[in-house]
Write a protein that binds this ligand. Structure first.
Ligand SMILES: [Zn+2]
Ligand SMILES: [Zn+2]
Length: 219
């Protein structure tokens, strides 16, 4: 699904398989990034969707993970193998991916196992800017749903686009969720003043008011 001229949804319940969280693809000139990778059960369908919209000479440089949960990361290994991209995650969630913790990564929920996943670049600060081709994204650490949840903010065709993914939670003890951090993170996200919110399971919200209203629902 085309969201903007250089932004597509290439994975998710309606596009690959019901277990998949949303996968977004952004092109910045001759480089591109993926936001999350789905659970890995419908990898070929996701690759086909990417092939349909991205010319072969455009290089997918990074796979940016928003957090460690299996529905967002189970497909990360195969995606790196296919495109040679570097995998980025916050260090607090990277720990559970690298050890293959099936409880904290929620793989258990899906009756699956999390295979240990090496993270190529770990975000260690509250804010980190990542250059991609002619553009950039800024990662903001927004803990709550998981300890190392990250949102990515970028500008595409004069729109402030927020990849918030699991804005809606849920909060679960087995995910090491933290309610106080979650509320603080939601307030922070409201302040980012995004024009478009790309959510992990609920689709795309357009317009500052709709974005704020969606986030506020969970406050
Ligand atoms: Zn999710
Ligand atoms: Zn999640």
């Amino acid at each position: 699904m085309k969201i903007l001229e250089n932004l597509w949804q290439v994975g998710g319940a309606e596009y690959t398989t019901v277990e998949d969280a949303a996968v977004y693809l952004v092109r910045f000139g001759e480089k591109a990034v993926l936001i999350d990778a789905g659970c890995g059960n419908a990898q070929e369908a996701m690759f086909e969707n990417i092939t349909k919209v991205l010319p072969p000479h455009v290089d997918i440089e990074y796979l940016l993970l928003t957090h460690c949960h299996f529905d967002h990361t189970g497909g990360a290994q195969a995606t790196r193998k296919r495109y040679g991209c570097r995998i980025v995650a916050h260090e607090l969630d990277a720990a559970f991916l690298e050890t293959g913790d099936s409880t904290v990564t929620a793989a258990d929920w899906y009756g699956a196992r999390m295979n240990p996943l090496k993270i190529d670049f770990k975000i260690k600060t509250r804010k980190k800017t990542i250059q991609v081709g002619v553009g950039q994204l800024t990662a903001h650490h927004c803990p709550g749903h998981s300890p190392g949840s990250v949102v990515y903010l970028t500008e595409i065709e004069a729109n402030r686009v927020l990849f918030g993914q699991d804005v809606h939670g849920p909060l679960e003890a087995s995910f090491l969720s933290d309610r106080e951090n979650y509320i603080r993170s939601l307030k922070f996200m409201m302040g980012l003043n995004a024009d478009i919110l790309c959510e992990g399971h609920f689709g795309v919200y357009r317009g500052k008011d709709k974005v704020r209203r969606f986030i506020r629902t969970y406050l």
